[in-house]
Design a protein around this ligand. Structure first.
Ligand code: SD4
Length: 325
């Protein structure tokens, strides 16, 4: 009796140690892929190049995400971000952007006019003020104080599109408009730190003063350096109603893969809109990247794509998986 009790204790200790060993073997099995960059739409390809350049040269994720999205902000051909963005109903180009680092520091600007690089203003809000978000006139004043140049962001091309829209003045967003849209970009650097950035001119022909999800931490972008990062594109109101990007991160924390987490939030959004007239033109897409460098995406309808680059994967566009045929 004595002996078997002792045996039981010893075997329990050994099975406990065995358990510990097998779980640490499991942990070793997850090889971390880094660096990684993932971004929305085909303008993500150019953005990834700029991000990658910094990441592979030992740059940190924060600098890299800012540099990446600035390429879309500066490109007048990208009519949904920065310079050349489509204006609102009053013909004004108003920009939204946010940025977040691995320490949960974040900065954001919304309803900002005349500044080509709202992402850099957002970063300065993060680094140089006690606040997270500045909007409108206050954001512009801050940008000018920081040395940003005031410029006209309405290009001839976008002005013509606006004038054409004015003929009917009908507010009806177009799904996957011209296959380029808000740029959301996530990166994991060589040190295993995550950062994210999101920048947009918002929904074309929006009401003057309308702000979407893109500058809202938790809606358009969120990350937790212990878990992963997520960001969105599409009809911002849907991401705001669901705290979309924060939710994707929380679902990854619960063990879902990046794609599964994105899919779950897309399904929640569909549930909210399924019996409403807005479903007709609703598109949303999420991208996600976890701490191990695994990435994924999910969207409501076909047409959304994202760009990814890792050491073993050449910078390339991937079609997002979707819920509705
Ligand atoms: C917004 N999410 O302002 C942005 C715009 C966008 O597809 O991504 N549209 O709602």
């Amino acid at each position: 009796m004595q002996f078997s009790k002792k045996t039981l204790i010893i075997s329990t200790i050994f099975s406990y140690i065995g358990c510990q060993n097998s779980s640490s073997k499991e942990a070793v099995k997850h090889e971390i892929i880094k660096p990684v960059v993932i971004s929305t739409w085909n303008h993500g390809l150019v953005a990834n190049e700029a991000t990658w350049e910094l990441l592979v040269n030992g740059g940190n994720a924060l600098d890299a995400v800012e540099a990446g999205v600035k390429t879309a902000e500066a490109n007048p051909e990208v009519q949904t971000v920065g310079l050349g963005g489509f204006p609102d109903r009053e013909g004004k180009v108003t920009l939204d952007a946010c940025i977040m680092d691995h320490n949960n520091n974040c900065g954001s600007v919304a309803f900002l006019q005349h500044i080509k690089h709202p992402i850099s203003v957002a970063r300065m809000v993060m680094e140089k003020t006690p606040h997270v978000m500045l909007v409108g006139e206050g954001a512009l004043q801050f940008a000018l104080e920081q040395g940003f140049k005031k410029e006209n962001l309405l290009t001839e091309k976008s002005k013509k599109a606006y004038e054409a829209w004015l003929e009917n003045s009908q507010y009806k967003p177009t799904i996957n408009i011209e296959n380029h849209d808000t740029i959301s970009l996530l990166a994991l650097d060589e040190n295993g730190n995550l950062s994210g950035a999101c920048t947009t001119s918002g929904a074309a022909w929006k009401m003057h003063g309308r702000v979407g999800d893109s500058p809202i931490i938790g809606a358009g972008l969120f990350l937790d350096n212990e878990v992963g990062a997520a960001a969105a594109t599409g009809m911002g109101e849907a991401m705001m109603k669901t705290a979309g990007s924060a939710m994707v991160v929380e679902l990854m924390r619960q063990g879902k893969s990046p794609e599964e987490a994105c899919k779950e939030v897309v399904k929640r959004i569909y549930k909210i809109y399924q019996n409403t007239p807005d479903l007709e033109w609703l598109q949303v897409g999420f991208i996600a990247l976890n701490k191990n460098g695994e990435y994924g995406s999910y969207c409501l309808r076909p047409g959304f794509n994202y760009a990814v680059q890792t050491k073993s994967l050449k910078n390339q566009l991937i079609d997002g998986k979707y819920l509705l045929p």
